[in-house]
Design a protein around this ligand. Structure first.
Ligand SMILES: O=P(O)(O)OC[C@H]1O[C@H](OP(=O)(O)OP(=O)(O)O)[C@H](O)[C@@H]1O
Ligand code: HPA
Ligand SMILES: [Mg+2]
Length: 176
């Protein structure tokens, strides 16, 4: 598709927002001994790298990769684990780190799967939230920016694998 992109959230605004998010997360986990941050590949990589460097105390990071795909028979989505975390989550404080919540299907399924592993606590954090697109309700503990229903790229987020390297967040504008 022919398109152009237009900056929506500057690198400076992201940097400032991460300071605020980290402050809230640090306060929440002030008494935690071994926080485990779990990023969902690939979109969360840039956000995770910048966020985890602002979190204090003993912090570990891990990643998982899931595939979401439409099921032709129903409107619900299936989520498959392509790469699992290496850490044992039992008894741990776990923070899922996501770049973007759109329909909510990805985070909802990941949350359900990880809860079965009996973490001590499980919280969710996302840099971007598009509430207008929500299909399933997911309890999100830490949200960066609430954004309108636009197709987003940059800061880890792609359109056809392009633009993950942009230092800012942009919207995609289709061209005739
Ligand atoms: O709320 P949802 O409707 O489930 O959509 C949000 C998910 O979609 C995107 O990931 P994608 O599956 O495109 O993979 P990627 O992270 O590797 O880009 C994004 O990074 C979120 O993980
Ligand atoms: O806005 C988006 N941009 C890129 N990938 C996505 N996956 C769900 N929503 C989006
Ligand atoms: Mg993703």
């Amino acid at each position: 598709m022919k398109h152009t992109i237009e900056e929506m959230i500057s690198a400076e605004a992201i940097d400032q927002k991460l300071n605020e998010m980290a402050e809230r997360i640090n306060a929440h986990y002030a008494n935690s001994e071994r926080l485990l941050m779990v990023g969902l590949l690939k979109g969360s990589v840039v956000f995770m790298a910048d966020l985890c460097r602002r979190i204090k105390g003993h912090v570990e990071i891990d990643f998982m990769s899931v595939s979401s795909y439409g099921n032709a028979m129903t409107s619900s989505r299936d989520v498959k684990i392509l790469k699992d975390v290496q850490s044992d989550l039992a008894g741990r404080d776990v923070l899922i780190v996501e770049d973007l919540i759109d329909s909510g299907n990805t985070l909802n399924k990941v949350r359900e799967m990880l809860l079965l592993r009996e973490p001590k606590s499980l919280a969710l954090c996302t840099l971007l939230d598009k509430p207008e697109r929500r299909e399933v309700n997911v309890p999100v503990d830490f949200v960066g920016f609430t954004i309108p229903d636009e197709f987003i790229v940059g800061y880890g987020i792609d359109y056809a694998e392009q633009y993950r390297n942009l230092p800012y967040i942009a919207k995609v504008i289709p061209l005739e």
